[in-house]
Structure formats: structure tokens, C-alpha cells
Design a protein around this ligand. Structure first.
Ligand SMILES: [Mg+2]
Length: 133
């Protein structure tokens, strides 16, 4: 799959990259540091990602703000977007499902647990019929 990770924390980006390597997953990872950059990437590229992994707490544009714009976009609204966050805030969770997320994953603190969760998420999306386009 082509995955777009939107995450401002470099350590979190490295954690996902490490997980992909460790699990020997051949997914193709693109990265954006915030929602604005992600929109630029999405609007400029001819090939859209299969799924988006989205952080919530980011500077400039929060995850929910990005999500709102994405879901109002004629072309980008169909992209399955999965929240990857440490926020257990119920208001965040409700807001995200209201706007239309494909999943809401709370990242475990322990790396082994994180890896297991991410493996399941990616396996699940890998068997889904993807939008492609
Ligand atoms: Mg963050």
C-alpha cells in the first residue's frame, strides 16, 4: 500500500518506519509534518495514497482541522484516514468519527504493543478494497 503519514513528531515517524522495517512490510511511506504540508502533497501528486495515518496534535493545523478540509474536498474525501494518537480525549474521538474517520487508534506506550497494533491495522487495510486513483 501507499501510506501517507501525517505526524509532526520525528520520533513517532521513526517509530513507524522502524516498525515497517522490522515487520518486513513493503509498504511505501510518504510523510508530511503537518496538515498544510499534507494537503500540498495530496493536491500536487497524481497518485493518491491508499490510506492516511493522521496524528491529532500538530502545530499550525490540527488533525481534526485537516480532516475537515479533506472530507470537504471533491477528490480527497474518499481517502481512508486512520487516526494515530495518544489522545484518549472523548471529544476528539467523537469529533473524528463525526467528520468521518476510518479508524481511531490509541498508540500504546510500550513499543512491542505499538508494533502489534500497527501490524493489525496495516494487515486489515491491506485486505480492504482500496479506492485507487
Ligand atoms: Mg503530534
Amino acid at each position: 500500500m501507499n501510506i501517507l503519514l501525517i505526524e509532526d513528531d520525528e520520533i513517532e515517524v521513526m517509530k513507524l518506519e522502524r516498525t515497517l522495517t522490522k515487520l518486513q512490510l513493503k509498504h511505501n511511506l510518504s510523510k508530511a509534518k503537518n496538515g498544510e504540508q499534507a494537503l500540498e502533497i495530496l493536491r500536487a501528486s497524481s497518485k493518491l495514497p491508499d490510506i492516511i495515518l493522521l496524528d491529532l496534535n500538530m502545530p499550525r493545523m490540527s488533525g481534526t482541522e485537516f480532516l475537515q478540509i479533506l472530507k470537504e474536498d471533491e477528490f480527497l474525501q474518499y481517502l481512508p484516514t486512520i487516526i494515530l494518537t495518544t489522545s484518549e480525549n472523548r471529544a476528539d474521538l467523537l469529533k473524528c468519527y463525526q467528520i468521518g474517520v476510518a479508524g481511531y487508534i490509541i498508540k500504546p506506550l510500550k513499543y512491542e504493543d505499538y508494533q502489534l497494533k500497527l501490524q493489525k491495522v496495516l494487515e486489515y487495510w491491506d485486505i480492504n478494497q482500496l479506492v485507487k486513483g
